[in-house]
Write a protein that binds this ligand. Sequence first.
Ligand SMILES: [Zn+2]
Length: 249
Amino acid sequence: MNKFKWKNPLHICILLVLSFCIIFNFSTPKINYEVNKVNTKEKVIMITFDDGPSLADETILDILKENNAKATFFGTGINYEKYWKDEKVKAITDRMVNEGHTLGNHSYYHNKYQFKTKSAYDEFYKTSDMIVKIYAENNIPKTISDVPIRMPFLQYYRGMDYLQSKMQVEYFVRGYLGCDYDEAICGKEKILKQYKSNIRPGQILVCHTRDYAKEWLPDLLKHLNEKNYKTVNFTNGDQDYRNYGGLIF
Ligand SMILES: [Zn+2]
């Protein structure tokens, strides 16, 4: 009789595959509620800056303007709150809105939110509510569900679907993360190399509001221009990502 032996490589393989499927099923969300690119074959790219708004955004805005580029700024609630307390932050944030960029929500405290369902919702709601008010100050009507959201640390955990449905957003926005947030270790050349080698139609680049952006951002935008890439964001108009089929996972 042919005795069943776990030493058989085929059986071990089957066991490994089954184990992987079980672990994968329990560790990942059931629906695709994160998007990683714009749904297009056209040469469009989405540039995003996390962690502002802050004074460093002024230089970023100047560089974007010089290169006729549009971006999305995923700011935190603690920083958006300065809009009502700090004239410079107010002026910079108003400039973002009036120069056709998009304001996004990057949480209030920039925490990790797994197992913190209630506080996550409170934080994200409070931040989107501030963003809607900032748009209103600039006579642009928006609702909470219009505000794009990016999770801090690009975290992705089971349970984010609750936050998604409560916030009434279609998705969370991911993208390609380089090392621009760690400029001391990464440096200009590596930052540029990472972003340039990841340019493709519909790509979303995750960048950060930092003074160091002035070192690499002009080169990146010139490179995009040479390659005939246009920048798109979430603001209605010609540059709107929706013209390119929306976002897909
Ligand atoms: Zn961040």
